[in-house]
Design a protein around this ligand. Sequence first.
Ligand SMILES: [Fe+2]
Ligand SMILES: [Fe+2]
Length: 338
Amino acid sequence: MADLKAFEEELRKKNFAGYWQTVQGERYREPAATFAPCLWKGKELYAAMEKAGELLGLESTFRRVIQMKHPALPTGTTHTLTLNLQLLKPGEHAAAHRHMAGAIRFITKGRGARLVVDGESFEIGEGDFATTPNWSWHDHVNEGSETLMWLDVLDSPLVRMLQVDFHEPAPEPHQRITRAEGASYAEFGPLRPSWVRSDSIQPPAYVYRWEDTERTLKSVGERPGDAYDGIVLNYVNPLTGGATLPTFNCAIQMIRPGEKTLAHRHTSSTICYVFRGCGTSFIGDERFDWEEGDSFVAPLWQPHRHENNHKEPAILFTMSDAPLMRALGFYREQEEKG
Ligand SMILES: [Fe+2]
Ligand SMILES: [Fe+2]
């Protein structure tokens, strides 16, 4: 034994490691997330954001953002994604930059600010969803009279894990507008100019309007839906119909009054934000009763199901790293027998 210890020390000094030191033989293994199911209270989040609005100006923080930081992770909400809330007051302008992390916005309060992405200006309001694909220039301008708050989701924990964290401030704080307003709707819809290519791995920047989301929810709301998730509308890449971004997918999920979904588990992790209504989710061994403004996470391979025992539909905005897991051949899904 003493000989083995001395040998291991000899290996360590030479930057070697014996297989016997790190791996537990041929034992059965399956994923065990290092972060537990977790819920962040919306009332606490919005109260904290109000305080951040009083205490912090954009000159000191660049973006006024509060992260749903999982206590078991060094950064982020899951090991691949981060969910943040951002606040932009009337008259404020968050300066332009770009980065390797891909981002989306889901507006939770207010109307009338603009996201400028790669030279196109998009007006945004409550319930709208916007993509800022990786390496696209983006700045946020609020020339309206309302304070806006929105969710930012980024794949920055993944980008950091892979150590490819490029980040660049723009030469000028305001982007020049180089595309006409509405150009994206004209170019990336089902009636498409022949020169628009759809073979890029990144989707174009795009805004999905709440009025369209709401109309589609009404139209398909009586269908059977998904056994594990109820009614789900995916924010697809407008050019390919694929995932929202290559690394993660976003969706609107409706759990109808009286609906109880079946339990399953998968190798992707899901973050849910409660946009409307209330309900209950069972994740692993834990029960989470949630209401408007709350966020919660179902880590990979944890069984989960949802219930709505209330009179109003519950509407969740959800984010999942399933596209990443699928692209790598790591996606697995399993029904859990209750
Ligand atoms: Fe950014
Ligand atoms: Fe699921």
